[in-house]
Design a protein around this ligand. Structure first.
Ligand code: NI
Ligand code: MN
Length: 226
């Protein structure tokens, strides 16, 4: 059994193969994060999709404080080292690479977006026969269809639907049609005034186009077991 908790916006805590993986940990200053930094526990691994503040968030501080391993793009790893994260904790990969860590395979997949350090990525995490895809911030692109072909069926896809900075509901629903996950959790909406307010249009579009995919609309702090 794996468990996922939405910490608001793009932040998730994944419990998989006995490990805790924290993704895009924007905790402090995240208006939709239900917990404080001190309530986080000690994640084994922290994954960062890109260096925008709403994704990098508190990653470096968490790694400094708890000795969590950091998986990110090379340049973000260099920045982490400059900011006091121990070099032996940093797995500064690049797009297309995979690292085996604590019984998990973590792959950095392309994303179409901007950032100021390296390139933005999506993150694919496999372990215990489960496959989770966190798309990061991205536009729609056709190569998302390669994910199940390369890495096997996706159990849960975490997909931005808010528009303006990323895919909106229309593009996100098409992404689901390409990825064909068993379940999709919409994220990166409602946090800022410019973003889509709720997941209803996305849920409707997915139910029309990909009826075999369950749309799991979480509230901040909610858990999903799979
Ligand atoms: Ni971004
Ligand atoms: Mn973002």
């Amino acid at each position: 059994m794996a468990r996922l908790r939405w910490l608001g916006h793009a932040a998730f805590l994944l419990e998989l193969a006995g490990k805790e993986v924290l993704i895009d940990p924007w905790i402090r200053g995240n208006p939709s994060c239900p917990i404080g930094l001190d309530e986080l526990g000690k994640p084994d691994v922290v994954c960062v999709s890109h260096d925008h503040g709403d994704h990098l968030g508190d990653a470096f501080e968490i790694c400094r404080k708890h000795g969590s391993k950091l998986v990110c793009v090379y340049e973000v790893g260099c920045k982490a080292e400059q900011e006091g994260v121990k070099p032996e904790l940093i797995y500064g990969m690049n797009v297309g690479g995979t690292v085996e860590l604590d019984g998990l395979k973590i792959t950095l997949f392309p994303a179409i977006h901007s950032c100021s350090c390296g390139v933005p990525v999506g993150i694919i995490i496999r372990g215990e026969g489960k496959n989770i895809y966190h798309a990061g911030d991205t536009a729609l692109f056709g190569d998302m269809a390669l994910i199940p072909r390369l890495y096997g069926p996706v159990d849960v896809a975490l997909i931005p639907i808010g528009g303006y900075y990323t895919m909106g509901p229309l593009e996100a629903a098409e992404a689901v049609a390409l990825i064909k996950p068993k379940a999709v959790v919409p994220m990166h909406y409602a946090t800022f005034p410019v973003l889509v307010k709720d997941a209803s249009e996305f849920a409707r579009l997915v139910s029309e186009r990909s009826p075999e995919t369950d749309v799991i609309v979480l509230g901040p702090g909610d858990y999903y077991e799979f």
